[in-house]
Design a protein around this ligand. Structure first.
Ligand code: OSB
Ligand code: MG
Length: 368
């Protein structure tokens, strides 16, 4: 696989509804796209970081820098024997997994097209219809949240995740449980608590949540293990898991019973497969997380979710929950059963819309 040309673009895309978590509110996404040309085949990848260094330390600027000054010069013009070999070459860079993932995933797209197989099959996927849940941001009022939950349930989604933070947690969950006693419900804290909140976090047990996601420090494992010993609600780690090694250590320490796998956070499909394998060998359920992706990242999440260990509904929902118009054709749609049927066509299975991408582009740089 010879890499002939790479293009970086930043697009700006307003969200249909703003999205609020314990670390802030997003109204418009700044997304860096990577487009790779290799022997006549074009592949796309998406940098999934937030606008600011709050979910993790990456930003569109740091990703652009790492891609332009390191990852692109290291790969351009060379003939690679496999995508895994490229992933291996990225190893010496500490972190910056979302920058790495964007380029690596574009190469997986190319590889799938070249072999004439769907991307999801190439990475070892088996599920042809994947279960979907939604992640609902913090709302201005509990009434607004309850209304949103009802809308998503009417849409067929199989589980509801709500964002919580200190001061907006137990009372909110109590109201949800009163109205929806049997709802498949979970809460995501995005690292908003600490072990000193132990007594308070124990109160969550009464709501019979499927899990609580990342209650403690963004890079912590040990405190989560201490917390898991004290609460019945399964802990799911998101921010803390950057690699298969992290997953192995977190599970061994008893820090979580479930893992959220995000392509960007772990550095691309190669690493995501390894995290998946660690979970599967240890019978720890995994699911695919989301980062408010545009269609390109979203379509790659769909592919990842077909691996057999993704046994719980992911945060992968329809394009129209995020964008008035997505940048892929067809858009990602969800059935009335709350599932996505994966495309049978070779490659990504969703075509990037060049006209729309061009209109949304605010910055561009070409290499090679
Ligand atoms: O913690 O899962 C998270 C969005 C941005 C940053 C972090 C998270 C999220 C979500 C939204 O929960 C998932 C999605 O709908 O894409
Ligand atoms: Mg999360």
């Amino acid at each position: 696989m010879k890499i002939d040309r790479i293009e970086l673009r930043e697009i700006q895309l307003p969200l249909v509804h703003c999205f609020e978590t314990s670390f802030g509110r997003t109204t418009r996404r700044r997304i860096v796209l990577v487009r790779v040309e290799s022997e006549g085949v074009t592949g796309w990848g998406e940098v999934t970081c937030g606008e600011g260094p709050f979910y993790n330390y990456e930003t569109p600027e740091t990703a652009w820098h790492i891609l332009r000054d390191f990852l692109i010069p290291w790969t351009l013009g060379k003939d690679w024997s496999s995508v895994e070999e490229v992933a291996q070459c990225f190893q010496p860079i500490r972190g910056h997994n979302m920058a790495k993932a964007a380029l690596e995933n574009a190469l997986w797209d190319i590889e799938a097209q070249r072999k004439g197989v769907p991307l999801w099959k190439l990475i070892g996927g088996t599920l042809e219809e994947i279960p979907c849940g939604v992640s609902i941001g913090i709302q201005d009022s509990v009434e607004a949240l309850l209304e949103k939950i009802q809308i998503e349930l009417d849409g067929g989604y199989q589980r509801i995740k709500v964002k919580v933070k200190p001061g907006r947690d137990v009372d909110v969950l109590d109201r949800i449980r009163r109205q929806f006693p049997r709802l498949a419900l979970m809460a995501d804290a995005n690292a908003a608590y600490s072990l000193s909140d132990l007594a308070h976090l124990k109160l969550f047990d009464r709501f019979h949540l499927m899990m609580i996601e990342q209650p403690l420090g963004w890079d912590d494992i040990l405190d989560h293990a201490a917390l898991q010993r004290e609460i019945a609600t399964p802990i799911c780690l998101d921010e803390s898991i950057h690699s298969a090694g992290d997953a192995r250590k977190a599970i061994a320490a008893g820090a979580c019973k479930i893992i959220n796998i995000k392509l960007g956070r772990v550095g691309g499909f190669t690493a995501a497969q390894r995290v998946h394998d660690v979970c599967r060998e240890r019978k720890v359920p995994a699911w695919c997380g989301g980062m408010l992706e545009s269609g390109i990242g979203r379509a790659q999440n769909v592919a990842l979710s077909t691996l057999p260990g993704f046994s719980l509904p992911g945060d992968i929902s329809a394009s129209r929950r995020y964008w008035s118009e997505d940048i892929i054709e067809p858009e990602v749609t969800v059935t009335s059963r709350g599932t996505i049927r994966v495309p049978p066509t070779p490659g990504l299975g969703y075509a990037p819309r060049l006209d729309r991408i061009e209109k949304l582009t605010v910055r561009r740089e070409t290499f090679g």
